[in-house]
Write a protein that binds this ligand. Structure first.
Ligand code: AP5
Ligand code: MG
Length: 218
């Protein structure tokens, strides 16, 4: 299967990370989740982590300058030169314009921009119920996906689980506002360029993957 260059756009809890993992397995393309990169920086206690900790935990957006620098550096690495799934970047028009310029300068072309569309009212339940295995990162959900054996990770047998600090009702509201104000304008930005496909994210996870694959394989 051909490696692809893809952007996933969607609200907090929309399923970007879930779908990126499936697409990684299917197309051999690496997921670049800016949220994961920033959370790793926070855990490691790096300078970047210290700068962004309060912003992320409050649900706001990290500055364009930091994010553009970070993603450009990552996109120049050998492992992603042939393909990537951008999950969480771009998130503002400035980030999208900088990415376009960067891709052009480096003779790279996007295969698709996929908007995963989910109504706001479903997102709070999805996010507040989410937790993951501390050891291997496998994701679970209080209502939709519990480990088969209570308290034991299906994948690695781990017994410690964590919840993201920004996965609470209050912060989700701020994250949703940021999405609706600053990120949703990207939908018309990419529509104008002619590479936007809208995916119904309010259906079973496997059906969402199927719809995405139909777009990518067309
Ligand atoms: P980030 O980590 O990107 O968070 P987010 O955009 O809020 O999205 P989530 O990771 O919460 O949701 P997701 O779409 O990945 O959904 P998931 O698959 O997990 O960013 C975090 C923060 O970092 C930002 O707030 C910001 O501060 C900063 N940041 C990152 N990038 C930035 C940038 N470019 N610029 C500035 N700041 C930046 O699914 C959620 C749950 O729903 C799971 O439990 C899952 O199992 C379940 N689920 C998924 N799909 C379905 C389905 N179809 N049906 C039922 N349940 C489903
Ligand atoms: Mg995610």
């Amino acid at each position: 299967m051909k490696v692809k260059k893809i952007i996933l756009i969607g609200p907090p809890g929309g399923g970007k990370g879930t779908q990126a993992k499936h697409l990684e397995a299917e197309y051999g393309t690496i997921q670049l989740s800016t949220g994961d990169i920033l959370r790793e920086a926070i855990s490691s206690g790096s300078d970047l982590g210290k700068k962004v900790k309060d912003i992320i935990e409050g649900g706001g957006l990290v500055s364009d300058e930091i994010m553009i620098g970070l993603i450009k550096e990552r996109l120049l690495s050998n492992d992603v030169k042939s393909g990537f799934i951008l999950d969480g970047f771009p998130r503002t028009i400035s980030q999208a314009s900088a990415l376009n310029d960067f891709l052009e300068e480096n003779s790279m072309k996007l295969d698709a921009v996929l908007e995963i569309n989910v109504p706001d009212e479903l997102l709070i339940e999805r996010i507040t119920g989410r937790f993951s295995c501390d050891n291997c990162g496998q994701g679970y959900h209080d209502s939709f996906k519990l480990p088969k054996l209570e308290g034991i990770c299906d994948e690695c047998g781990g017994t410690v689980f964590t919840r993201r600090k920004d996965d609470n009702k209050e912060t989700v509201k701020t994250r949703l506002e940021a999405y609706n104000k600053q990120t949703s304008p990207l939908i018309s930005f990419y529509k104008k360029i002619g590479i936007l496909s809208v995916i119904d994210g309010n259906q079973d996870i496997k059906l969402v993957t199927k719809c995405i694959k139909e777009v990518l394989d067309a």
